[in-house]
Design a protein around this ligand. Structure first.
Ligand code: PEP
Length: 251
């Protein structure tokens, strides 16, 4: 039985004051005990969030990590061992905003994925197709290739300690959501692709859906057999809304 997970990606939002408000709001939520809940603030606020959420069953994650696990001469970057030291447990890798706007490609993403695991953190690998690719019928091929990039480099066991987030690019921050059936189709294909290499790893890995999830559509999405929770962007900036989404993932 896979334990559901809901992760809030705060992206590049927040000030010390608004983060303090969000922490306070999260503290007032009744959160389900059968769901792993994670918030991923901008790195600048990780310490504030770790301290502010102390004693609550909410883990902290980062949105990015450097291409090497350990500290070194790499201006502007943050090593995953530093994120671990700061109190993080998870790190996003391959978010479409970084693939598209920063230009991160497979080679860099593979190095980040490996560095995150090497440091003892869990990578949350984001994969997904653009609208053009969906309309051209390429969804499963695109997502399959993004997955294969990691499998080819590190083998299937890399997914024994990783989370996968399927995030159709056309649904991120647009208000458009994949229907539960559309999302389930892709999630099932991801799990089947992993199962070809190792059925146990495929059954154990958590597959999150991301793309304009809100409390109004979360129950239906999370009710699909291969959707194990969500990666939440915009809605995670509102504590009440995020709390409601977390409850929707509970049993
Ligand atoms: C995201 O950034 O990962 C995301 C899913 O964003 P949103 O929920 O705002 O679509």
């Amino acid at each position: 039985m896979r334990r559901p997970m809901v992760a809030g990606n705060w992206k590049m939002h927040g000030t010390r004051a608004s983060v303090a408000e969000l922490i306070e709001g999260l503290g007032k939520q009744v959160l389900p005990s059968d769901v792993d809940i994670v918030v991923m603030p901008p790195s600048l606020f990780i310490n504030q969030v770790v301290v502010g959420l102390e004693g609550q069953a909410v883990a902290v994650g980062a949105q990015d990590a450097a291409i090497q696990a350990g500290q070194g001469a790499l201006t502007g970057e943050i090593a995953s061992t530093q994120l671990l030291d700061a109190g993080c447990s998870f790190v996003l890798v391959g978010h479409s905003e970084r693939r598209q706007l920063i230009g991160e490609q497979d080679e860099v993403l593979n190095r980040k994925f490996a560095a995150i695991q090497e440091s003892g953190l869990t990578p949350v690998l984001c994969i997904g197709e653009t609208l053009e690719q969906r309309e051209a019928g390429q969804t499963l091929a695109v997502v399959g290739q993004q997955l294969d990039s990691i499998i080819d480099a590190f083998g299937i066991d890399a997914f024994a300690n990783a989370v996968i987030a399927y995030e159709p690019v056309w649904a991120i921050g647009t208000g458009l959501t994949a229907s539960p059936q559309q999302a389930q189709e892709v999630h099932a294909a991801i799990r089947a692709q992993l199962a070809e290499k190792n059925a146990e790893v495929a059954q154990g890995v958590r597959l999150l859906y991301g793309g304009s999830v809100k409390s109004a559509n979360a129950v239906e999405l999370f009710g699909m057999p291969d959707i194990d929770g969500g990666l939440i962007g915009g809605a995670s900036l509102n504590a009440d809304e995020f709390g409601a989404i977390c409850r929707a993932a509970g049993n």
